[in-house]
Design a protein around this ligand. Structure first.
Ligand code: ADP
Ligand code: MG
Length: 276
């Protein structure tokens, strides 16, 4: 609370797009790792029953006794659900398939959209001295994603550089507008990040042009290229930054972290482990 570098607590960003396979989990993991590399403290909330972020960061199922599900239901405290990852400075609240029943179980609860919001605002969260919380949302606009957006300050939208990429965006924007009107009036759009970009492919160029023409400054300058090292890293339970530090994918996620942190004024000018 008294730490002047963290006057307002962690920035909470929901990584969301109701399309599957657009790079939400990949962006959550590697942006998280890149922010941690800058010396920032980051927590990922795995809000997808598939648990890909948990697996990709080396939290195997034996270490998922307590998960996001238990946190949402109020059955577990923050300290008991937060796990270390393979990345220094990055912790995670893991998920399992349990979470897929949360939509139904929470339906009757009056505060059903606020469960993650309330969980992340327990005083105990201060213990972790976080700069960022990244929420990896499932590929739907279900109650889980709504919980993510109600808990967040902003939404970061990965957009796959392929045909029809922009199609689902209007539905996503409608959902964001609804949440602003009902539960979270301050919810901002953090930005749209183009993923799996292939500069040799005319389609990628066209999607970028359409996105920048229509969405202007909302589109991050940084573009994430399609890079095989990015897709290989999770099977080694590593972020791409650790798996292949000099790869194109690592460079891109570092640039994205810089762009984001610069906007927020959270650059500390000390890389983790550089000089003590
Ligand atoms: P989502 O979470 O939106 O469903 P993922 O992050 O799981 O999407 O990505 C879908 C697939 O695309 C995964 O197999 C992932 O490894 C792959 N992928 C994501 N980003 C890249 C990239 N920049 N280059 C190559 N493959 C990628
Ligand atoms: Mg995912």
């Amino acid at each position: 609370m008294s730490d002047p570098t963290r006057p307002t607590g962690p920035k909470i960003i929901a990584v969301a797009n109701q399309k599957g396979g657009v790079g939400k989990t990949t962006t959550t993991i590697n942006l998280g790792a890149a922010l941690a590399e800058l010396g920032l403290n980051v927590m990922i909330v795995d809000l997808d029953p598939q648990g890909n972020a948990s697996t990709g960061l080396g939290v195997d199922s034996d270490h998922r006794k307590l998960t996001t599900y238990d946190l949402l239901l109020g059955d577990a405290a923050l300290h008991d659900v937060v796990q270390p990852t393979s990345v220094e400075g990055l912790v995670i609240i893991p998920a399992t398939t349990d979470l897929s029943s949360a939509d139904i179980e929470l339906f009757s609860s009056e505060k059903r959209s606020f469960l993650l919001h309330d969980a992340l605002r327990q005083p105990a969260i201060d213990f972790f001295e976080l700069d960022y919380i990244l929420i990896d949302c499932p590929p739907s606009l279900s109650l889980l994603t709504v919980n993510g957006m109600v808990a967040a300050h902003s939404v970061l939208v990965p957009l796959q550089s392929e045909f029809f990429a922009l199609e689902g965006l209007s539905q996503l924007m409608l959902t964001i507008r609804e949440i602003r009107q009902t539960a979270n009036s301050g919810l901002r759009i953090e930005g749209i990040v183009l993923t799996m970009y292939d500069s040799r492919n005319n389609l990628s160029l066209q999607v970028e042009k359409d996105a920048r023409d229509n969405l202007g400054d909302l589109v991050f300058k940084t573009i994430i290229p399609r890079n095989v090292r990015v897709s290989e890293a999770p099977s080694f339970a590593l972020s791409v930054l650790e798996y292949d530090s000099s790869s194109k994918g690592s460079q891109a996620y570092r640039a994205l972290a810089q762009e984001l942190a610069q906007r927020h004024g959270t650059i500390l000018n000390i890389g983790r482990g550089e000089d003590g």
